[in-house]
Write a protein that binds this ligand. Structure first.
Ligand SMILES: [Zn+2]
Length: 344
């Protein structure tokens, strides 16, 4: 019995020293297994109690329990100390300096074409025109025939486009087919809509021509729509868009889907009419095409040309942006070059 008590005492001293010397989690675990584990020293001593006289066992058991409790407490204390050290180290290593200035987030902005489209839509909305969205993929009939451009018409040569693998289905060359769709939807109600959207043409890409570009089309149909209404409305638009005292002029022109047709010029916004490179010394910039809706087109839209009349116009937002900022190359718009885009 003396011997076993001695072993318990020296185990206690030795194990306690080992626990205190354990520097990290791994060593601590090794020490725990060695002294307190199921195959450890303490367990071995306790197994030796079987050889003792039953009368002596309670006294030895009491000492053994005390040693065990003391070692477990020491183990827990050491574990807590090690965890605290690890936490402190992590805090020190991952410390955030809240006084550092933040990293700036790059600010996005709207594409110049989107900006001008929104401006144009806003002006027409103020004037009572609603936006009518029409499809980019059209039938040949909608894009040409119903707009008074039959297959033999020479205007078709200027408007070659991208055809799909389905016969008679193509990417629209202008927003005008939307006129037919709007008329067929609203007939016989009066119409005041604008139709903004992307158009496509099969062209060689140069500084002046792209295979895709925006158009904003406008259409008004009613019982007493006159050429005077067309002129008054477009002059008002030009004043809202380019300035209230901007001079405006109309020149006779030709489009298959309007009769009579005109083109509208505004006084050059770069040189104020004095003459410059952008306006080719004329003092005028061509801004849009317009005219009274051709009776054939009204008829194709479902309206009786004897009772209804209408006007239509179309403009190119990219062209307006180019004129406004003196941009010489239309390819910049879709080249995704930030040096260009960040200027707007
Ligand atoms: Zn000019």
């Amino acid at each position: 019995m003396e011997q076993i008590l001695q072993r318990l005492t020296s185990l206690g001293v030795e194990a306690e020293r080992a626990l205190q010397g354990a520097a990290d989690r791994a060593v601590l675990e090794q020490v725990r297994v060695r002294y307190l584990g199921r195959k450890g020293t303490l367990a071995a001593i306790l197994r030796g109690m079987a050889d003792l006289d039953p009368v002596e066992r309670p006294a030895v058991g009491k000492v053994a329990n005390e040693v065990k409790r003391r070692l477990e407490a020491a183990l827990a204390a050491r574990r807590e100390a090690i965890e605290a050290t690890v936490r402190q180290a992590a805090l020190a290593a991952e410390r955030v300096d809240v006084t550092l200035p933040g990293r700036p987030v790059p600010m996005g902005r709207l594409h110049p074409s989107t900006q001008i489209l929104r401006r144009i839509c806003q002006i027409w909305a103020d004037m009572g025109f609603q936006v009518y969205r029409s499809r980019d993929v059209e039938t040949e009939e909608m894009n040409f025939e119903l707009l008074n451009i039959p297959a033999h018409h020479p205007a078709r040569d200027m408007w070659d486009t991208f055809y799909t693998t389905t016969e008679g289905v193509l990417l629209r060359t202008h927003t005008s087919p939307g006129q037919i769709r709007a008329m067929r939807e609203y007939c016989p109600e009066p119409i005041r809509v604008i139709l903004p959207g992307m158009c496509y043409r099969y062209e060689q890409i140069t500084a002046r021509s792209e295979i895709q570009f925006h158009q904003v089309e406008g259409l008004a149909v009613g019982r007493h729509v006159t050429m005077t209404a067309l002129k008054g409305t477009l002059v008002d638009f030009a004043h809202r868009m380019f300035g209230a005292d901007r001079k405006v002029r109309f020149r006779a022109s030709h489009f298959p889907f309007t009769e009579p047709s005109a083109e509208m010029d505004v006084e050059c916004i770069i040189c104020e009419g004095r003459g410059c490179v952008v306006c080719k010394q004329s003092g005028w910039l061509e801004i849009l095409g317009c005219g009274m809706v051709h009776p054939e087109v009204l008829h194709n839209g479902g309206y009786d040309p004897a009772a209804f009349s209408g006007f239509a116009f179309g403009m190119g937002p990219e062209r307006i942006t180019m004129l406004k900022h003196g941009i010489e190359d239309i390819r910049y718009f879709w080249a995704n070059d930030l040096r260009f885009l960040e200027q707007f």
